[in-house]
Write a protein that binds this ligand. Structure first.
Ligand code: BDR
Ligand code: CA
Length: 313
């Protein structure tokens, strides 16, 4: 079984992805690591512990990640207006009983990648600071890590924090550029794909009628996520970003891919924009693009299959 670490900023769609992961026999979740994004890192850690307790999996370790971007000074953008000020639909849950382990997220990821060389997949569902820090900590990390699957980017479509940028990449564009050009085995799932995976109002109705404990829990927290989508996008449903990326780890054949070089815009009004070159041109002397390692980018998705698996699990 594939060993998976989920790097996450829970987050309503993060919660869905975590529950789907815990109910996926194809993978073994060996840890959660946390990052700011939907909430600040400290709260992301509490939420990760809480979600594991809800799922009866408090045995899985949680390692707290960075509180600041890779260049430290950048002001954080927190998406509490999408997920609630607690990140989980403003349900006033009691604090978790458990605590994070003593290791930082980056150290935990580096250690596991070494211990199970080539066998660990990191599924990154928030800004990429912890992954870039792991690369700084261990120059061999890009070789010891099996694969990095990222929910991030918007390829040939608009972003969701501004027309150029998707939220996780916008959260730390400098870290994202380090990760995409690192040479590690990387697969990224962007908005061009996840905007096709819509968990509809009718699916929500079905979820609320399910007697399953996790289904009940999710139907309580999902309300605010639906309101945001109705208001902001006018969609009769919500985008399943993080569950789609997670399922790319469970069954890669649910999506199709192209391959190319990705660079991230790190300044100006397009800060956080992901630019893909899959033409394999050399562009003469433009060395910022030449000789960079390629990554895989999802281009199509079997949305009905994703929705069915999420509902089942
Ligand atoms: C990403 O941003 C977060 O709000 C979601 O959890 C997801 O990881 C979508 O852009
Ligand atoms: Ca997320």
């Amino acid at each position: 079984r594939k060993k998976v670490i989920i790097d996450t900023d829970p987050g309503i769609d993060d919660a869905m992805a975590i529950f789907v992961a815990l109910n996926s026999p194809e993978i073994e979740v060996i840890g959660l690591t946390t990052i700011y994004g939907n909430v600040y890192t400290e709260l992301a850690t509490k939420n990760a512990l809480h979600l594991l307790e809800i799922a009866g999996r408090a045995d899985i370790p949680v390692a707290e990640g960075s509180h600041v971007t890779i260049l430290k000074g950048t002001k954080l953008r927190i998406a509490d207006f999408v997920h609630g000020s607690d990140g989980l639909g403003n349900q006033n849950f009691p604090p978790p009983k458990g605590k994070a382990i003593d290791e930082s997220a980056a150290t935990f990821i580096v250690e596991k990648a070494k211990q199970f060389a080539g066998e660990v997949t990191v599924v990154a569902l928030g800004p990429l600071t912890n992954i870039a820090l792991a690369m700084e900590l261990d120059p061999e990390f890009s070789k010891t890590i099996g694969q990095i699957i990222i929910l991030g980017g918007a390829f040939s479509v608009n972003g969701n924090v501004n027309p150029a940028a998707e939220a996780n990449i916008f959260g730390d564009p400098d870290a994202a550029d380090i990760v995409f050009t690192s040479g590690a085995d990387i697969l990224t799932v962007g908005l061009n794909v996840t905007h096709q995976v819509i968990f509809t109002d009718a699916d929500f109705e079905k979820l609320t009628q399910s007697k399953g404990k996790l289904a009940q829990y999710l139907s309580n927290i999902l309300g605010i996520y639906f309101s945001y989508h109705h208001d902001a996008y006018g969609t009769q449903g919500v985008y399943l970003h993080d569950p789609t990326a997670l399922l790319a780890a469970v069954d890669p054949s649910l999506l199709t891919y192209t391959e190319g070089v990705i660079r991230v815009q790190t300044s100006g009004i397009t800060r956080g924009m992901t630019v893909l070159d899959n033409t394999r041109k050399t562009y003469g002397e433009v060395t910022e693009w030449s000789n960079k390692p390629t990554v895989k980018i999802a281009v199509t998705v079997d949305a009905p299959a994703i929705l069915r698996i999420v509902m089942e699990r």
